[in-house]
Design a protein around this ligand. Structure first.
Ligand code: FBP
Length: 262
């Protein structure tokens, strides 16, 4: 498989991942704005929206809930993660094998790499095993490429984000999920550094509709291939409305105003 080729989680070459690993990464506090979202079934229902090309969850959520949704939703199984209770240098425990991810029905695996962390070397070695096993099984590989830790002063600086996308290409990801680097120019550079690999913007904490959609639109115009979003969907009272708008921007290339009118 070539980088960025059909990673099993794209629709018409574009990607909209609904991320729902927050219960591990941030803890239950992320469900406070809409308490029903603590129930994974609620968010799996959102993932049946046509705009969503895959849902990203951890192993335990996939085991318990994916069987009811496997005909309607593609699975991106996150194979490492850390809780917010961990206070050490940035690191992420590998908690699922690629083999087991495939057994659970995953089309692709997701892996967080903290470039610049004191644990970067071990994480890159873990990624090698995951990436090669996924290749052997014809599964896609998505890197949550988040430079963080002692070697990184500003984790959204343009040069750092371009480096993040390049790390994904260099290490063999099909898709790299990166933070928005603050401007369309910087996003364009990050996309250029990705070569044929796909680049998707990371959603971030909840903002208002227009600000969020403007950022998504700016990323798409800069050459990104889509979005991975959690809180900006499931912390909204009406997640379907924002998914309708995202569908318009990502797949139909409408303006933000047109998307907001949907
Ligand atoms: P959001 O859209 O809510 O930011 O989710 C994307 C994501 O990458 C999740 O997969 C993950 O749980 C979270 O962000 C990690 O965010 P951070 O490490 O920045 O706190």
């Amino acid at each position: 498989m070539l980088p960025g080729a059909d990673s099993g989680i794209a629709r018409d070459g574009k990607v909209l991942v609904l991320a729902y690993d927050h219960g591990l990464e941030h803890g239950p506090v992320d469900f406070d704005p809409v308490p029903e979202t603590a129930d994974p079934s609620t968010v799996f229902e959102y993932a049946t929206h046509d705009a969503v090309s895959a849902i990203a969850v951890q192993k335990g959520i996939a085991e318990a809930y994916y069987p009811s949704y496997e005909d309607d939703v593609s699975l991106l199984l996150k194979v490492n993660g850390t809780s917010n209770l961990w206070m050490g240098e940035y690191d992420s425990a590998v908690n699922c094998s690629v083999e087991y991810a495939e057994e659970l029905g995953a089309e692709a695996v997701g892996f967080t790499l903290y470039g610049g962390s004191n644990h970067e070397v071990e994480m890159a070695e873990e990624f090698r095993e995951i990436q090669e096993e996924a290749r052997a099984r014809d599964m896609g590989v998505v890197m949550w490429s988040y430079p963080r830790g002692q070697g990184v002063k500003n984790d959204t600086k343009p040069g750092v984000i371009s480096y993040a996308s390049r790390l994904g290409l260099e290490l063999g990801a099909d898709v790299a999920k990166i933070k928005y680097p603050g401007s369309p120019e910087a996003m364009a550079d990050a996309c250029e550094m990705a070569g044929e690999m796909k680049v998707i913007m990371s959603g971030g904490s909840k903002t208002d509709d227009r600000a969020f959609l403007e950022q998504v639109n700016s990323s798409m115009e800069a050459g990104a291939d889509g979005l991975a979003v959690g809180r900006n969907v499931f912390q909204r009272e009406n997640p379907i409305e924002i998914l309708d708008a995202l569908e318009a921007i990502i797949y139909e290339e409408t303006t933000v105003d047109e998307a907001l009118e949907r």
